[in-house]
Design a protein around this ligand. Structure first.
Ligand SMILES: *[C@@H]1O[C@H](CO)[C@@H](O)[C@H](O)[C@H]1NC(C)=O
Ligand SMILES: *[C@@H]1O[C@H](CO)[C@@H](O)[C@H](O)[C@H]1NC(C)=O
Length: 436
């Protein structure tokens, strides 16, 4: 009989522990969900972000000045210009196009230009079109009434311009390369949002000097992704897009750890090369680590102002090792070897899903010859948004564990106190000789 009781006790304790562990696991890893919110009348949804990359990179004036100062003339100067222009324009699609003429090596030697300085030189020879004194030569973003901030950023497509973004001010080319903040016009607004009743049109005016551009439309919470679709144009283009927001409920950040929510906020960066966290930065870091593993260096367009900077690829490595594997690096997935690189990149907690419905080239809009424009219109707004929520809080965990203990062992807090009481105070009194 007592054997039977022992067995029952063991089974009960086992069940209790098992259920408790399960509740613990649920709390640790499955305690949040994405809920659907439908109260759309009151939302303000951000308009998607723009990134435009000029396809003509260097400023003739700055380059001439530089060559004058360094006393480079004639053929070597021409060769250097085309080399730097194609280097500045290089990315995973076109590393092979970096143009190297015979005089380059001796010129680079004379200038003592190491790969680590490629990006700083390219930056120095690039005009920052957000800072132009003449309004017509500046890159501008407005919605017909107000102006919005545009900043120069460093991307996997080289130096580009970003408008209408939630990303922190650290994400600018100047900060990434030199650690200094650029001048930002305080009167300009950061973000345009719209509500259900609005129809908004954002217009980015691109100066003529860009010649042609690559345009990316993407989430206002993130940077462009190299794997996304983009559009080359040298004429006005007009987008129609929609964005659906992923938000987090109030207190979500405080109530949960990263492991519980499986997403990161921008200030929770665990990345080595990027100070802010977004999914796209995480993918970029994954890509640069892959290049580093394969070619022992990283391309010049990655942020590298870090405690242990990685070596930057020389143009020869870019044209050989990196160019040869560019497709694999870009897709993080190789069809030949059936190899997928696992990046373990968590989502950004705030994000938006942007759908471009329509792209139209408006060829006859450039009548003023001062440049061209990229228009982005949002006419339809989402009727639902996704909200990250906590469904299994610490209180729920207590209840679950306590419930299991109660069910299998008859455990309760009062019982525990009584138990404690019997074996401590009562025992002491008993030993002291009190009897009642
Ligand atoms: C820059 O690269 C793109 C392809 O990524 C190409 O279409 C464009 O012509 C290049 N620009 C220059 C100036 O070579
Ligand atoms: C670019 O300019 C900065 C300061 O304006 C200077 O410190 C840096 O050496 C320059 N880079 C190159 C490669 O000349």
């Amino acid at each position: 009989m007592s054997f039977f009781w022992l067995l029952l006790l063991i089974v009960s304790v086992g069940m209790c522990i098992y259920t408790g562990l399960q509740a613990m696991d649920k709390w640790k890893t499955k305690s949040t969900v994405m809920g659907l919110e439908r109260d759309f009348y009151f939302w303000r949804t951000p308009v998607p972000s723009f990134t435009v990359c000029p396809m003509r990179r260097l400023s003739q004036e700055l380059f001439d000045k530089y060559c004058h100062k360094k006393k480079i003339t004639g053929q070597p100067k021409e060769d250097l210009q085309i080399f730097l222009e194609t280097l500045a324009n290089s990315t995973y699609f076109n590393f092979a196009n970096i143009t190297v003429r015979p005089s380059i090596d001796s010129t680079l030697d004379r200038l003592r230009l190491r790969p680590a300085q490629y990006m700083s030189l390219i930056y120095n020879l690039t005009t920052d079109f957000t800072q132009m004194a003449d309004e017509n030569e500046r890159i501008r973003l407005n919605d017909g009434f107000r102006s919005f901030v545009v900043r120069q950023v460093l991307t996997e497509f080289g130096i580009c311009y970003l408008g209408n973004s939630y990303l922190h001010n650290e994400y600018t080319a100047r900060y990434t390369i030199f650690g200094k903040y650029p001048k930002i016009n305080k009167e300009h607004l950061q973000m345009l949002t719209g509500s259900y009743f609005d129809s908004v049109l954002l217009i980015l005016s691109v100066p003529k000097a860009f010649e042609s551009i690559g345009v990316f439309i993407h989430s206002a919470h993130d940077a462009l992704k190299i794997e996304q679709k983009f559009f080359y144009t040298n004429e006005a283009v007009y987008y129609k897009a929609e964005a659906r927001e992923i938000v987090a409920e109030e207190g979500f950040e405080k109530l949960t750890t990263v492991a519980q929510r499986k997403c990161r906020f921008p200030h929770e960066s665990n990345l080595e090369h990027f100070e802010i966290y977004t999914k796209s930065f995480c993918m970029q870091e994954c890509r640069l680590n892959l290049v580093y593993k394969k070619c022992k260096c990283i391309p010049h367009f990655y942020p590298n102002r870090v405690p242990n900077p990685k070596p930057i690829c020389s143009y020869t490595t870019l044209k050989s090792c990196v160019a040869k594997n560019a497709e694999f690096f870009r897709r993080l997935h190789s069809s030949k070897a059936r190899k997928t690189v696992s990046c373990n990149c968590l989502d950004s907690c705030f994000n938006s899903i942007v759908v471009v419905n329509n792209v139209e080239v408006l060829a006859n809009l450039n009548v003023f010859q001062t440049g061209f424009s990229v228009g982005l219109e949002v006419t339809s707004w989402p009727l639902e948004l996704l909200k990250r929520q906590v469904i299994f809080t610490f209180t729920d965990l207590l209840v679950a564990v306590g419930g299991a203990a109660g069910l299998f062992l008859g455990f309760s807090v009062l019982g525990a106190i009584e138990f404690f009481y019997y074996f401590t105070l009562r025992l002491i009194w008993y030993l002291r000789g009190y009897r009642n």
